[in-house]
Design a protein around this ligand. Structure first.
Ligand SMILES: [Zn+2]
Length: 264
């Protein structure tokens, strides 16, 4: 499932189409990815308009078009954004194709947990608004993290890290990476974390978010060699620090990996 940095990378795939007009559009109106979206309105409004800019918030993307038109995309589990030549013919999983004269901008999603939303107004869509600061922003500070942990004090810290209104963009692999770096056992309840552990959690979250944006998010290049991600899926995965075999369990519904020596 795409997390913070992967979402940022996908967002940029439509950049070649910035400033260019949408001349035609094809979509699968009945597909689940358009749940709650008026596809007729989407179609009627976007054709003739230009793609102006885009941004991400956690795992969500927002594309702004001329004429006060907005397109929100969530990749879900298998969603992808890409560009094809202008004569591209959509396949079964290509639920939205925006044709420009020079190219086609696609949203593809085989499992359809992703979502496409449309909004027509001079104001940002309501569904885009958020009270949770981005992890790399200054507003994401110790006070915010402490308050969020206090609101979820009985939950295992791994499950808390997966909550998008507290840690926007963090998914399964990033959560494990953060906890490994902060030396916190994923099963610990949020209320059990000491002050210095909460500080380590904040530092690790910012570091993992920033570093993954600078690699994966920039050009899909590899994450640093000594990160947990390179070991966590392996049956015989080891701690990158001292080669202790990793442990695995399901926490918060997700397969979790940790080092029994580093994390307490
Ligand atoms: Zn270790």
């Amino acid at each position: 499932m795409p997390e913070l940095a992967e979402v940022e990378w996908y967002r940029k795939q439509w950049n070649p189409g910035l400033g260019k007009e949408i001349v035609a559009l094809r979509l699968h109106a009945r597909n689940r990815v358009f749940r709650g979206t008026n596809t007729k309105k989407l179609q009627g409004n976007l054709v003739g308009e230009q793609l102006l800019r885009s941004t991400t918030r956690g795992k969500r993307m927002l594309f702004k078009f001329s004429g006060d038109n907005w397109l929100g995309i969530h990749l879900g589990m298998t969603g992808k954004i890409r560009v094809e030549p202008a004569n591209f013919r959509p396949n079964k999983h290509d639920h939205l194709v925006l044709y420009q004269r020079e190219r086609a901008l696609l949203f593809t999603d085989s499992r359809q947990f992703g979502r496409v939303r449309f909004h027509h107004s001079s104001d940002e869509p309501d569904w885009w608004k958020s009270d949770s600061p981005e992890i790399i922003s200054r507003e994401f500070d110790q006070k915010f993290v402490d308050q969020f942990l206090d609101r979820h004090r009985k939950a295992p810290i791994k499950a808390v890290l997966l909550l998008q209104n507290g840690f926007p963009g963090i998914g399964n692999w990033m959560a494990d990476e953060v906890l490994w770096r902060a030396k916190i056992l994923p099963l610990r309840r949020a209320e059990k974390l000491r002050h210095r552990e909460r500080a380590a959690l904040l530092r690790a979250a910012k570091f993992v978010a920033k570093k993954s944006l600078e690699t994966l998010g920039r050009d899909y290049s590899d994450l640093p060699r000594l990160w947990l991600i390179h070991q966590r899926w392996k049956r015989d995965g080891i701690c990158p620090k001292h080669r202790t075999p990793l442990r695995h369990a399901t926490i918060g519904g997700r397969t979790t990996a940790w080092c029994p020596k580093c994390q307490q």
